[in-house]
Design a protein around this ligand. Structure first.
Ligand SMILES: Nc1ncnc2c1ncn2[C@@H]1O[C@H](COP(=O)(O)OP(=O)(O)OP(=O)(O)O)[C@@H](O)[C@H]1O
Ligand SMILES: [Mg+2]
Length: 261
């Protein structure tokens, strides 16, 4: 972590990236990483946790819906990251969320896993996969019947403390809020819908999160180019525009954008 102007910045762990966001994320922020399949979202997030644990002594929790933890560890090996060892040392934890348990208390299990290792970094891979299965999950409502201001009051009061979610926007807002309550710096991955300018399918997570990062894959017949662009980061003067994102032997790296025609 680094302090500039009294604000504590959390390093992304991706070389060349922090310069785009004033030195890093602000501690406790929620960051949405969106992009089409294969743009590098999962590796970016895994690297955020790996480097956080190894270089910043910040423990991390990887919540996955899509990838099995064993697969994630294998991907990590490709970059020389020993994720298994970090897990054994209690610095990393993996939580696979089932999508076939009706009423699964997802925030409770995330809270338990995060507390177990005192996670300061949390990744959710992916918000879009959770959204598709939103009706399977129950989210805790605390202190008030309608904490987000978007829930139908009648619906909430019917279910002593828990709300079933038929509306993806409600689920998304409340889920991000509840995970943020844990105080960790969090990265949410989400799919961008193909063939549109839209960042997300749910249309609300880009507003619910403090930061938005867009990853793109530009493949023409001659060139394949990955780019990363910071769309917003609250409390920070960002460097806008697309930057080259490269895979190296030790992970992702941000470089100068080069025209590819
Ligand atoms: N050295 C490398 N190691 C691993 N993946 C690489 C490497 N070079 C390129 N890739 C590509 O990067 C992609 C992996 O990125 P990642 O899994 O992070 O994408 P993603 O955005 O999470 O995709 P999805 O939306 O499908 O989950 C793969 O398609 C893979 O081919
Ligand atoms: Mg992925």
């Amino acid at each position: 972590m680094a302090k500039v102007s009294g604000i504590e910045r959390v390093k992304s762990g991706v070389k060349g990236f922090d310069g785009l966001v004033g030195g890093g994320f602000i501690r406790g922020q929620s960051i949405l990483v969106c992009g089409m399949p294969g743009t590098g979202k999962t590796i970016f997030a895994l690297q955020f946790l790996y480097r956080g644990a190894v270089e910043n002594n910040e423990n991390g929790l990887f919540v996955s819906v899509e990838d099995d933890p064993e697969k994630l560890k294998t991907y990590g090996k490709g970059f020389g990251w020993d994720l298994e060892k970090l897990q054994k040392e209690g610095k990393l934890e993996f939580l696979k969320v089932p999508i076939d348990h009706i009423g699964y208390n997802i925030v409770e299990t995330i809270t338990r896993a995060a507390k177990k290792i005192k996670a300061q970094r949390i990744v959710v891979d992916s918000l879009s996969a959770l959204n598709i299965n939103a009706r399977m999950f129950s989210l805790p409502l605390k202190d008030q019947p309608d904490p987000t201001g978007v829930l139908g009051r009648d619906k909430v009061l019917k279910v002593a403390g828990y709300a079933p979610f038929e509306d993806v926007s409600q689920f998304t807002y409340l889920f991000i809020n509840r995970v943020n309550d844990l105080g960790a710096t969090s990265i949410y991955l989400t799919d961008s819908p193909p063939g549109t300018e839209l960042l997300t399918k749910d249309g609300v997570s880009e507003f619910a999160c403090d930061g938005v990062i867009q990853m793109q894959l530009n493949d023409t017949s001659k060139n394949v180019n990955r780019t990363v662009a910071v769309k917003k980061l609250r409390g920070t003067e960002i460097v806008p525009g697309a930057n080259l994102l490269k895979f190296t032997k030790s992970g992702l790296e941000v470089g100068e954008f080069k025209a590819f025609y």
